[in-house]
Every structure is written in C-alpha cells, then in structure tokens.
Design a protein around this ligand. Structure first.
Ligand code: AMP
Length: 282
C-alpha cells in the first residue's frame, strides 16, 4: 500500500495507473477506522481497479472546536487496517496541504438545496458547506470514477449528490449500507468516547429505529413517533436532538405513512457524545 501525503505525489501515482486503464475509487474518511469504513473499501474493490482511501480530519466541517480537537486520530491502527484489507493507496494530507491559507477561510459557497438546513444542518451550522468543500478538493486531487459513502450519514450522501449534480462532476456516487455492532449500534469513530453505561444507553437509538421500521405499516405516524420519542426519553443520559420520519428524497418530515420508501433519522447526545443513525423503512 502506498502512503501519500501530497496532492502532487498522488496525482503522479494515479496518472500512471489511469493511463493503463485503471478505474479509480475514492473512499473519503476522517480516520479512526472501523469495519464500517472497511466495508466501503471492500465494496469499492469489487467495482474499481484501484482504491484510494483518504484520511483527513476536515476542520471546516466542525462547528465545535472542542469536537475537532478531541476527534480520535489513531494513525498506526488505521494504516494497519487498510493494509489488511488490501487498500491500494492511503492519502493522508496535512491541513495546510488541503487548505494552504488555513486558518484563513477559503471562498466556498454552494447551493445544496433546502435539505442543507434540515436535521444535521440545523444542529451543525455550515457543516455541509465544509463537507462538500473538502469532498470537492478530494475529487480534484484524485479524479475518481467512483466515490463511496455510508448511508450512516444519509444526509451527507444527499448533499454530495446535490453538489455533484450542481457542478456537473463526472463521478459516480455509491451509497453503502450501515455496518452495525452485533447488538445493533451503528459503528462510528465516536463510539470510543462512550463509557460502558453510555454504550448500553446508546442502543436505544437503533432499537427505536427498528421499532419504527417493524411497525410502520400498522401504526399511524403520530403514534409511532410518540412511541420512539418515549423509548428514547425514558433513557437517562440520552438527550434527543431529533427523531423524524422523512421523505428520503427531500428529508421533509412525513405527515402520514406512505406506500413509498421513507427514512427514520435520529440524533442524540449520549453522555457527552453526539451520535446519529437512520433506517430506511416502508
Ligand atoms: P467518517 O470517517 O465518519 O467521516 O466516515 C467516512 C465514511 O464512512 C462516510 O461515508 C461514512 O458515512 C462511512 N461510515 C461511517 N460509519 C459507517 C458505518 N457504520 N457503516 C457504513 N459506513 C459508515
């Protein structure tokens, strides 16, 4: 596996392989890798000849400087995991490599549609501007044929698809399923911050989502939401930001059950750690 830190070296390595006809996949991550990330790489490996995994804790997508500071960065562990899965290239740029004027903000403003300001966008102002800014920079550096993102961050995939459409970028966005722990907790780099008690309490998020999925056809929407809110509300140490059932195309909350696909999305603080999860239903 090649470990590359600059865009120039990355482009040199890739242009040679591209000229030999290789199809290139990009899997952007912020590191602290777990099996959710690895599943993205494995899916990418089935569809492309060469997989670039980027590890970059992107400062412009953090609204809380403390969250940025405490974001885990176990680089040796990450490299080992990527080697084991047979990733071709890991791209690990510095902050100045990606943002030469950092901490001065660069111009970036893109219309991502109304869903930018819902859910995570409401709780993390400017988050999706930061996400799309770095993803565009990574697309420029790698020029991938395919890019892989997890359904775990469903709204993020939607925002990236909107950016790709708006800028008419030539890259196929692939959304990959959520990988969960055996008890249902969605894998996340943030889970390492959970105490044993938090870890137990956090299960209520996937349980509430599963309850909604299992009962979507039988209950009316209000009762379902009330029950999900009650399940989560009963857990001390879990502070709910939102639990919604929405149209997956717009993220607007549904007012009644439909035969079409719906998505339930949740965000909550468990102890001091903010977690998100979702499930497609209906
Ligand atoms: P992150 O490092 O948290 O920015 O995540 C990098 C990519 O991995 C994003 O596309 C995430 O949606 C995806 N991802 C994170 N957790 C999971 C998971 N449990 N299952 C599948 N994909 C995931």
């Amino acid at each position: 596996m090649e470990i590359i830190q600059t865009q120039k070296a990355l482009q040199e390595s890739l242009s040679e392989k591209r000229s030999q006809g290789a199809k290139i996949a990009l899997v952007p991550t912020m590191g602290a890798l777990h099996n959710g990330h690895i599943s993205l790489i494995q899916i990418a490996q089935q569809q492309a000849d060469l997989v670039v995994c980027s590890i970059f804790v992107n400062p412009t997508q953090f609204t809380d400087p403390k969250d940025l500071e405490k974001y885990p960065r176990p680089l040796e562990h990450d490299i080992k995991m990527l080697e084991q899965v047979g990733c071709s290239i890991v791209f690990m740029p510095s902050v100045l490599e990606m943002y030469p004027q950092y901490p001065k903000a660069e111009d970036w403003a893109i219309d991502l549609g109304p869903a930018e300001f819902l859910l995570e966008g409401e709780y993390r102002k400017g988050h999706y501007q930061g996400v799309t800014q770095i993803v565009k920079k990574l697309f420029d550096a790698v020029d991938p044929d395919f890019a892989y993102f997890g359904q775990k961050d469903f709204q993020q995939v939607m925002m990236i698809r909107n950016m790709v459409e708006r800028l008419a970028l030539d890259v196929k966005i692939v959304m990959c399923p959520i990988v969960r722990e055996p008890d249902g907790l969605a894998m996340s780099s943030r889970n390492i911050h959970l105490t044993n008690q938090d870890r137990q309490n956090a299960l209520v998020l996937s349980e509430a989502l599963q309850f909604v999925k299992d009962n979507y056809q039988d209950y009316n929407l209000e009762d379902l939401l009330a029950k999900a809110n009650e399940m989560i509300g009963q857990k001390s140490g879990v502070e709910l930001d939102y639990f919604v059932i929405a149209d997956p195309k717009t993220l607007y909350p549904l007012t009644k059950s439909t035969k079409d696909e719906a998505i339930a999305l949740v965000a909550a603080k468990v102890g001091t750690t903010r977690l998100i999860d979702n499930m497609l239903i209906g």
